[in-house]
Design a protein around this ligand. Structure first.
Ligand code: GLA
Length: 356
């Protein structure tokens, strides 16, 4: 693959990177002002940058082998470039001046699996711009600008979890985040356990429209319950007065927030696994964001010895699942499951631990 010099005819002036994330618990809670518990994954997105010699922005993606130039005449774009341009536009709206740039992306974060390749690209881009232009912005602002870029320029009404995880989490711990106050706590993984993430091989086709629809349903439910957001309800009984499907949507959010808060009290790997299993059932039955292939994969994981618990992770509608397994057993469990999963006519692959 061509490098920066070959694409842009000059060496890069700086570079920055950011990881993808896997969410362990607290799904579809962030846009309800609720609680989440992601961790960073080893796969990262790296951007290299320099000032461009002309009046245009030039972006290159190594994975797609695609170069995109943005001029005054064609000020918009799509695909990978829209996330980068979105970050630039959000900074400009906040009053920063961004000169024409060359920007080269390469990434080991899988795209379309629900591990936040877009947040990794946004956070890496914003970190790169901070470095190149000496911008006075902190890691939380980077997450907030990244989220704005995603909402305004990629069209997903997402919460703040992915960008906060990419900007602040590491791979050795879990990041508890209160998405209303942005209060954070770094928690150790449950003792004796490690993370396994597997891609179901089913692309997240409905993710955009289904996601925005769920968000609208939650806002409607909060309105009917006369609270600012569903985060303000702690008792699952309180949602029983809602009409369907709002009742089930709200019940997922309320019970999911309670599951995350239970972890905050300190739980064993066994209990953590039970909470993950309950989360999957809730996402499948109440929130209706699972698909049959994910249910199959999760069920296979849940019945395998050495697995504490498993659930879909990310927005759902396809993509990946995550399991908490006995330390040192992730690889063996994954290869066993993947063979069985293939017999059902699907092809999955292991995402975490990263295969070198
Ligand atoms: C996507 C969004 C996040 C979050 C999850 C679901 O990853 O970007 O903000 O809502 O879905 O938990």
């Amino acid at each position: 693959m061509p490098d920066f010099q070959q694409i842009f005819g000059q060496p890069p002036q700086t570079e920055a990177s950011a990881p993808g994330r896997v969410n362990l618990l607290g799904e579809h809670t962030d846009y309800n002002d609720g609680f989440v518990l992601p961790t960073a994954i080893p796969q990262r997105t790296t951007v290299q940058l320099s000032l461009s010699n002309d009046s245009q922005h030039h972006f290159y993606s190594q994975e797609l082998d695609q170069k995109v130039s943005i001029s005054e005449k064609h000020p918009t774009t799509e695909g990978f470039a829209s996330y980068i341009l979105g970050c630039i536009r959000v900074l400009e709206t906040a009053g920063y001046t961004i000169p024409p740039l060359n920007l080269y992306v390469n990434s080991s974060v899988p795209m379309g699996s629900g591990l936040s390749s877009s947040a990794a690209l946004e956070v890496a881009t914003l970190r790169g711009l901070r470095k190149l232009l000496n911008l006075n912005i902190d890691d939380i602002q980077i997450a907030q600008f990244g989220q704005q870029a995603e909402i305004q320029y990629a069209g997903v009404q997402c919460g703040i979890m992915d960008q906060m995880a990419s900007s602040l989490a590491d791979t050795n711990s879990m990041l508890f985040l209160d998405t209303r106050t942005l209060e954070r706590r770094v928690l150790p993984f449950p003792a004796g356990a490690e993370i396994l993430a597997i891609d179901s091989g089913v692309p997240r086709t409905l993710a955009g429209s289904g996601y925005n629809q769920r968000r609208a349903e939650c806002e409607e439910a909060a309105k009917l319950l006369k609270v600012k957001a569903l985060r303000d309800i702690a008792d699952p009984q309180a949602v029983e007065i809602l009409p369907e499907p709002l009742r089930r949507r709200a019940r997922h959010v309320v019970t999911e927030n309670n599951r995350v808060l239970e972890v905050l009290q300190g739980v064993s790997a066994i209990r953590f696994g039970e909470l993950m299993n309950a989360s999957h059932a809730s996402l499948r039955d109440d929130y209706e964001v699972s698909v049959p292939a994910l249910d199959t994969l999760v069920a296979m994981l849940q019945e395998t010895p050495g697995v504490f618990g498993a659930r879909l992770t990310g927005a759902g509608f396809g993509g990946a699942c995550v399991a908490l397994v006995e330390e040192g057993k992730a690889d063996a469990i994954a290869s066993n499951i993947l063979t069985r999963y293939e017999n059902t006519g699907n092809k999955g692959h292991i995402l975490v631990p990263e295969i070198p």
